[in-house]
Design a protein around this ligand. Structure first.
Ligand SMILES: *Cc1c(COP(=O)(O)O)cnc(C)c1O
Length: 362
C-alpha cells in the first residue's frame, strides 16, 4: 500500500485506516453470505443486526439514557435544519437559536421559512471568534426549543460548556464534534449529526431524540419528514443508506476498541495542542482567529500575514503530503480538521511543517 495522505479534510473527512481495511476485507463477501452488505435486503437479518447494533453502540458510547430513540435519516444535517421546526415549532411558540456562525445561520434560515424564530444570542463581530456563555443567552419561556451548533466547523469554535436551558428542550447540531468527548446526553432533547465528519461516510444522518419531544407533531408534515415515521419503523420505513450505516457501525466499534469517548477526548487534546502550540509559538507568523476559551478540538483555524502567503502555505503543504488545509471558501485562511480518525502522527507532521515553513518564510 502507498503512503496515506495527511488528511485534514473538513468533510467528508478521514476514516480510521483499520475501519477501511475491515470494510475492504468484507466488501465482496460479507460474513460468509456470498454477497456484499450492499447487495442484500435492508429487511434481512444481517442488516437488521447492523441497524440495531449501531443504535446500541451509539447509546452506549454517548451514554444515552432511557426514553430516547436513535434514528438513521438521509438528507444530511441540512435536512434537519428544516425537519426540526417542521416537527417541533408549533403555533404560538418561537424557535430559539444561538447564532454562532455559518452553520447556525443555515439552521435559522430554514426555521424562518416554517415559523417564528428568536435569536437567543449572537456573536459580536468586533471580538475574536467565540461561543456565547450562559449569561449571554436569552431564554424565552415561549421557546419550543433552543438550538445550538456544538462546533462551528468553518469558524473553528466549539462549546466547551453547554447552556443550561431548564425546561426548554435543548437541540444540538453535533455534525462536526459528536463522539469527540464525553457529554451529559440527558441535557439534550435532540442531538443530530451528518456522519461524514466524525462518524463515517456521508449518506446517513444520526438523530438522537427524546421521545416526549415527538408528541403531537402537525399532521401535515410529509411522511419522510416526520421523526415519528422513523421511530415507528425502526429507521426502516424506506430503504436506508445501508452501506453508510454499516461504516458508522465499524467506526463506533473502532472508538469502543480504542477506549471510548473519554480516550478520544484525551487524544484530541494532545493532537490539537501540537498544532495550537505551533501557532501560538510562531510570534504572530500564524494567527489563531478564535478566542482560546472557544477553540475547537475538531477544526483549527488560523490566518497568515497575506493571502499570498496563505496560498503558498497550502501549495507547499500539498507537496509534502498534506490535504485539506485551505480554509472554507467563504472565509479563506487556513483550517486543519482533526477529527477522531486523524492520527497523532498527522498532527505531529503538521506541527513540524508549520515550524519549518515559518523558518523558510518568516
Ligand atoms: C457539515 C455540517 C452541516 C451540513 O451537513 P450536511 O450533512 O452536508 O447537510 C451542518 N452542520 C454542521 C455543524 C456541519 O459541520
Amino acid at each position: 500500500m502507498g503512503k496515506r495522505a495527511y488528511n485534514f479534510n473538513a468533510g467528508p473527512a478521514a476514516l480510521p485506516l483499520e475501519v477501511l481495511q475491515q470494510a475492504q476485507e468484507e466488501l465482496v463477501e460479507y460474513q460468509g453470505i456470498g454477497m456484499s452488505i450492499m447487495e442484500i435486503s435492508h429487511r434481512s437479518k444481517e442488516y437488521e443486526k447492523v441497524n440495531s447494533e449501531t443504535q446500541e453502540l451509539l447509546k452506549e458510547l454517548l451514554g444515552i439514557p432511557e426514553g430516547y430513540k436513535v434514528l438513521f435519516l438521509q438528507g444530511g444535517a441540512s435536512t434537519q435544519f428544516a425537519m426540526i421546526p417542521m416537527n417541533f415549532l408549533k403555533p404560538g411558540k418561537v424557535g430559539s437559536y444561538v447564532m454562532t456562525g455559518s452553520w447556525a445561520e443555515k439552521a435559522i434560515q430554514e426555521a424562518q421559512l416554517i415559523g417564528e424564530t428568536h435569536i437567543a444570542a449572537s456573536i459580536a463581530a468586533d471580538r475574536p471568534l467565540y461561543m456565547p456563555s450562559q449569561d449571554e443567552i436569552e431564554l424565552r419561556q415561549d421557546a419550543a426549543y433552543l438550538h445550538i451548533t456544538s462546533n462551528e466547523t468553518i469558524a473553528g469554535t466549539q462549546f466547551h460548556k453547554y447552556p443550561e436551558t431548564g425546561n426548554i428542550p435543548l437541540i444540538a447540531d453535533m455534525s462536526s464534534d459528536i463522539l469527540c468527548r464525553p457529554i451529559d446526553a440527558s441535557k439534550f432533547s435532540m442531538i443530530y449529526a451528518g456522519a461524514q465528519k466524525n462518524l463515517g461516510p456521508s449518506g446517513v444522518t444520526i438523530v438522537i431524540v427524546k421521545e416526549d419531544l415527538l408528541q403531537d407533531a402537525p399532521k401535515t408534515i410529509p411522511t419522510m419528514l416526520r421523526y415519528s415515521t422513523f421511530v415507528k419503523n425502526d429507521s426502516l420505513y424506506n430503504t436506508p443508506p445501508v452501506y453508510s450505516v454499516y461504516m458508522v457501525n465499524l467506526v463506533l466499534k473502532w472508538i469502543k476498541a480504542n477506549g471510548g469517548v473519554a480516550a478520544m477526548e484525551q487524544k484530541n487534546i494532545e493532537k490539537t495542542k501540537l498544532i495550537y502550540d505551533a501557532i501560538d509559538n510562531s510570534g504572530g507568523f500564524y494567527r489563531g482567529v478564535v478566542d482560546p476559551g472557544s477553540r475547537s478540538t475538531m477544526n483549527i483555524t488560523w490566518r497568515m500575514a497575506s493571502e499570498e502567503l496563505e496560498k503558498a502555505f497550502v501549495k507547499e503543504s500539498a507537496q509534502h503530503g498534506f490535504v485539506g488545509l485551505a480554509g472554507h471558501r467563504s472565509v479563506g485562511g487556513l483550517r486543519a480538521s482533526t477529527y477522531n480518525a486523524v492520527p497523532y502522527e498527522s498532527c505531529k507532521a503538521l506541527a513540524d511543517f508549520l515550524a519549518d515553513f515559518q523558518k523558510r518564510n518568516g
